[in-house]
Design a protein around this ligand. Sequence first.
Ligand code: DGL
Length: 277
Amino acid sequence: MSDPRPIGVFDSGVGGLSVWREIARQLPRENIICLADQAHVPYGSRRLAEVRALSESITRFLLAQEAKIIVVACNTASAAALHHLRRTFPSVLFVGMEPAIKPAVERTDNGVVGVIATQATFQGKLFASLVERYAGNVRVLTQTCPGLVEAVEAGALNTPETKSLLQKYLTPLVEAGVDQLVLGCTHYPFLRPSIEQVIGASVAVIDPASAVARQTARVLTQRGIKANQGQKACRVFYTSGDAANFAAMIERLLPLSGKDVEARAVRWRAGRIYLAS
Ligand code: DGL
């Protein structure tokens, strides 16, 4: 049996695309719908309760488009809302993101790892519980990075301003001796070349996107709801921001050409999302 219903993916903005590309690579036959809530980006400086309410409404929208599983491709929304979403929608399958503390702890040689993420991600209970469960004797250094999400949204991946922000945030971690750097926000993988320039070859970068895609595949297989042979995958990208700008960013950030990118606008009204007419 082949289940053609789409995988629903969401984030505050273009960060979800770093998870999207892994899902599309590992599950090329799946239809995927991806929503970027660019009307509210960044989520990282918002109150957890607000991110929870936004995440719940986005989930309702994706379910209305028949999503068979929801991938919360946003560390901030996962930290703020995953627990709430699972309670609110008990029959819906969710896959969330969490900062990859466990692999970082397993791989470190010198016992010092760094995590970069938004303020909201570090505030959620999820982060504290990961550190408590996995860190053991390993030192986990955290760093928020105000301005980086905005830089990625603006397409400023390689500008002097973005590089100097990276210098400012990452140099203290390097000087403290981290040998693993966890990308705890789905926007950051698009800065990876610049990040690697700043931290040098002796620090390994960990991006959990491929593990999240593997987990998505595992859940679909266990439930018997994968899409199989014989269909051409359809990929639709929704944004609550400007659809033309979003389409241009998708083309820039993903291995997709314009003809394969269908970007549609959605609008928020009274706390709900509607397709823009
Ligand atoms: N990409 C998101 C994350 O993984 C959200 C960043 C933001 O909107 O502040 O945390």
